[in-house]
Design a protein around this ligand. Structure first.
Ligand code: IMP
Ligand code: MG
Length: 185
């Protein structure tokens, strides 16, 4: 068994629970009647949530365009260091449009605040944030998600797009890594 095999991940939100919640969130977004909606997916962690959310939005009759942005905070630890840089930018104008930024986790808030400020500076009509997981305990800047899948304690979560050391993004559920001593036999 490798050091971090999937059997050392405790499920927090099952695939079924996620599917149900994604559908509800799509309903909330559809109810806001977005105008020329552009979704901006924050790579890499937001890809799975965005894929499911955009299909759910389609079922609610919402038309949209998709762009991707890759943002990175300086440093390689599990906590943002404060400075955010654009590694890959979107390829379209946002002026006058409703932009929905989609990411996996809203933790310190630094990444999504940066992304929201950037879209506002570029003249978006409205900018909303959808995050699958909200970890309010980690917050370092004043920001809230407009659409949140699940609120979670200050765990480091993996799966459904989220990684630990580049692993586990493919898992269909969200889980928490269980340490050796918790595993027991
Ligand atoms: P921020 O601290 O809100 O800026 O979060 C920045 C990024 O850190 C998120 O978009 C995630 O990619 C990553 N992140 C934060 N918490 C977790 C976690 O529990 N698991 C996996 N990635 C996380
Ligand atoms: Mg991310």
């Amino acid at each position: 068994m490798t050091e971090q095999s999937p059997d050392r991940i405790r499920c927090l939100f099952s695939a079924d629970a996620i599917a149900k919640r994604v559908d509800e969130v799509a309903g909330e977004i559809a109810a806001s009647e977005p105008h020329e909606l552009l979704i901006v997916v924050v790579l890499k962690g937001g890809y799975m949530f965005a894929a499911d959310l955009s299909r759910a939005l389609s079922r609610y009759g919402v038309r949209l365009e998709v762009e991707f942005i890759s943002l990175s905070s300086y440093g390689s630890g599990r906590r943002s260091t404060g400075e955010v840089r654009v590694l890959w930018d979107i390829g379209t104008e946002v002026s006058g449009r409703d932009v929905l930024i989609i990411d996996d986790v809203l933790d310190s808030g630094l990444t999504l605040k940066f992304a929201r400020d950037l879209m506002r500076q570029r003249g978006a009509r409205r900018v909303a944030i959808a995050a699958l997981i909200d970890k309010p305990v980690g917050r370092r800047v004043d920001i809230e998600g407009d659409y949140v899948g699940f609120t979670c304690p200050d765990y480091f979560v993996v799966g459904y797009g989220m990684d630990a050391g580049h692993a586990y993004r493919e898992l269909p559920f969200v889980g928490v890594l269980v340490s050796e001593d918790e595993v027991g036999g």
